[in-house]
Design a protein around this ligand. Structure first.
Ligand code: FAD
Length: 417
């Protein structure tokens, strides 16, 4: 039977897998990507953050992404009752790209993967990883069992395994690394629409996040694409959705119609894709990396969709893991906890602070505060643009304390005025 030997196996060809593959290949490493599905395939997570453009560029994928005609994105807009506020990502504290795209992920992920292949990476589509043997100790080479669509199994021995399987969570399941998320379980219902928006003030270059008028922990995304369509979705704890009658599409529209701003904006919209739902998608693990494997992107921790941080975290993890792995493969001493897990978690924990504060209302009060200090707004804008690893930003370094300081300030001044 076939038995392959490579430097690195990557499980999954989504954004984290494709970027990691490209960066490792650039450094002369022999990489094999094993992808269960065939591309293009649908994926949720369509609004990118400017920070991730750096990783796309490092992977040599920027020209292909720019040529694809995706919707240009320069910021985020938020609406709560009659309050409307925008963040322009170019007005941010941290240096780096200030604009990005809103993308149909089937097409976007295929462009990244095809570019990696054009650079010389091998991707095996329709092959899925279903077992791993880590050997006797952490110096052994892991052996993966892979099955193709004809149910033929074969093995791959690699010096290292990167798990980029997203919600497939291959290694967390096989190695029993799963841990409960620190966030409550939430559900999302979503679809694509022909939006037919006629409101001249509607800004297609920004994601619109709307808050439910009476239930501040229910929110909606509206992500315009370049073809007259939008991705629309609602996120809530399951018990807040269940009492809505009917099928998913009916539940989604009842919730949309509860928010007068969205109801007006989408009065002519037509659903063009079957509504789908995801439940309990937040996840965590006990170990992010060892000398034999590392978890990238969603295969590690997934927080919450509210700040569109998923693809950025996925690519940031790919870049950090590739850097550490090249050193290890070249015989340098590395410490996966210090060199990978800890620096990655710095940014993830920054996002966590703001996600938690979004749902309990603290961060919403900052976002909707109508007379913000401009420097503070730029620092917050940096985080919304994905620069959650910039320790020069006080709102990264000391996120909880800094956030609470401005929450108090905004609340006092709102009461005073
Ligand atoms: P994925 O893109 O999921 O890729 C994983 C790949 O692994 C898949 O192609 C899969 O087929 C493959 N795979 C799985 N199992 C196996 C196996 N056994 N063998 C081989 N291959 C396998 N992020 C954003 O940036 N912006 C957003 O606006 C946004 N909105 C979101 C909304 C919701 C409701 C949710 C739940 C998430 C959202 N996200 C968003 C997060 C985003 O979807 C993910 O963070 C992102 O797709 C992670 O990329 P990845 O490379 O880790 O995994």
């Amino acid at each position: 039977p076939q038995h392959l030997h490579v430097d690195v196996v990557i499980i999954g060809a989504g954004p984290s897998g494709a970027v990691a593959a490209s960066l490792l290949h650039q450094q002369g490493k022999c990489v094999l990507v094993v992808e269960k599905q065939h591309f293009p395939r649908f994926s949720i997570g369509e609004s990118l953050l400017p920070c991730c453009m750096q990783f796309i560029e490092q992977a040599g994928m920027l020209p292909a992404v720019e040529a694809a005609g995706f919707q240009f994105k320069n910021g985020a807009a938020f609406r709560r009752n009659n309050q409307y506020t925008t963040f322009n990502f170019t007005e941010k504290f941290t240096p780096g790209p200030g604009t990005t795209f809103q993308v149909q992920r089937g097409q976007f992920d295929k462009i990244l993967a095809d570019t990696a292949v054009s650079q010389g990476v091998e991707i095996r589509y329709g092959h899925s990883v279903n077992a791993i043997d880590l050997g006797e100790n952490q110096h052994a080479s892991p052996v993966l069992t892979v099955t193709d669509e004809q149910a033929n199994s074969y093995q791959i021995t690699a010096q290292y395994v990167l798990d980029a399987s997203g919600f497939g969570r291959v290694l967390p399941r096989l190695l029993d690394l799963e841990q409960a998320s620190s966030l409550p379980s939430r559900s999302a219902i979503f679809t694509h629409i022909d939006d037919n928006i006629t409101d001249a003030n509607f800004d297609r270059e920004k994601i619109l996040i709307s808050v439910h008028p009476t239930q501040k922990d229910i929110w909606y995304w509206l992500i315009p694409f370049s073809n007259g369509r939008c991705s629309i979705g609602v996120v809530a704890e399951p018990h807040l959705i269940e009492h809505h009658q009917g099928d998913l599409e009916q539940q989604l529209w009842q919730l949309i119609n509860e928010e007068p701003g969205l109801k007006a904006l989408l009065s002519q919209a037509k659903v063009v894709q079957e509504c789908a739902t995801l439940k309990g998608y937040s996840a965590n693990v006990s170990t992010l990396a060892t000398p034999q494997f590392a978890l990238l992107g969603n295969a590690g921790e997934f927080l919450d969709p509210v700040f569109s941080s998923g693809v950025t975290i996925a690519m940031q993890s790919a870049q950090m893991a590739a850097t550490t792995l090249v050193k290890q493969l070249d015989g340098e001493q590395v410490d996966w906890e210090q060199d990978y897990a800890k620096p990655l978690m710095l940014g993830v924990n920054t996002f966590r602070t703001y996600v938690q504060a979004w749902y309990d209302g603290r961060f919403q009060d900052v976002i909707f505060y109508d007379d913000p200090n401009q420097t503070i707004k730029q620092m917050i804008c940096s985080i919304l643009a994905g620069y959650a690893w910039d320790t020069n930003n006080p709102f990264v370094k000391d996120s909880e304390r800094r956030l609470n300081m401005i929450v108090d300030l905004c609340r006092e001044q709102t009461i005073a005025s």
